[in-house]
Design a protein around this ligand. Structure first.
Ligand code: GLN
Length: 235
């Protein structure tokens, strides 16, 4: 039997990248993936990025992530990774970096424009700066992620779903996967107060919170199965 190789990178310019790698490792150790060799790598260079079948952009500080990406010449390769329709998951600051528009951004703050969403930085204000709440994500996760200890830290929210432009152009450039190319933004989860904190657009996932800071790797397992492995099997 031929073995499949799957490499998932975590952008390691700033923020909680080590925790993401640990959760990915836990997620594959806790499940049977008999025919897949996984490699989880920290990504700081274009060469490292080019090895990845999927990428996680961690939480931290989105202005710093943008600035370091610019200074290390990684911004352009990251934009190409987005255009190539590779699976990407942005958590918190990573969600901001992955979006197309930001509210409360720093002047000139570079973003990847990978999801048709507007994101408001620091949307919970001072009172609710950081909080932890158990949420039930079993409505959209195939592995029934219920009672998930969700941590929000100076978190953004998805403040608007933007029109899905440039579709035809993208279809011509890359027609290998209709499912990915034709996808619109889906709202995956809203808090009780109506704020949107999880969205999906094809093989891109965005969450306002930090699943890598909970002692629970079910969200990471869902990303591996639903985003990275499914997209590898359709290439
Ligand atoms: N926990 C986080 O990632 C916080 C995000 C931070 N407020 C930013 O704008 O980048």
């Amino acid at each position: 039997m031929t073995r499949q190789e799957t490499t998932i990178g975590v952008l390691a310019l700033q923020g909680a990248f080590i925790e993401h790698i640990q959760h990915l490792e836990l997620a594959v150790n806790s499940s049977a993936y008999d025919s897949i060799d996984f490699d989880f790598i920290e990504v700081r260079t274009e060469t490292e990025l080019s090895r990845c079948d999927g990428l996680i952009i961690p939480g931290g500080e989105s202005t710093s992530i943008s600035l370091i990406a610019q200074r290390t010449n990684l911004l352009e390769p990251l934009m190409r990774f987005v255009k190539d329709e590779k699976p990407i998951w942005g958590t918190c600051a990573g969600l901001i970096f992955l979006s197309k528009q930001i509210i409360n951004g720093k002047p000139g703050q570079a973003i990847l424009g990978g999801m048709d969403i507007q994101v408001e930085r620091n949307a919970f204000g001072r009172q609710l700066d950081s909080f932890k709440v158990d949420l039930d994500f079993s409505g959209f996760t195939s592995n029934k992620v219920d009672a998930f200890p969700t941590i929000f830290i100076r978190a953004p929210v998805i403040s608007k779903i933007l029109a899905h432009k440039g579709q035809q152009e993208r279809d011509v450039i890359n027609s290998r996967n209709d499912y990915i190319n034709n996808s619109k933004v889906e709202v995956l989860y809203k808090l009780e107060n109506g704020l949107i904190v999880a969205v999906r657009q094809g093989n891109k996932l965005g969450t306002s919170f930090h699943p890598e800071l909970s002692h629970d790797c079910r969200f990471h397992k869902w990303f591996i199965d639903e985003f990275v492995l499914k997209s590898q099997s359709t290439v």
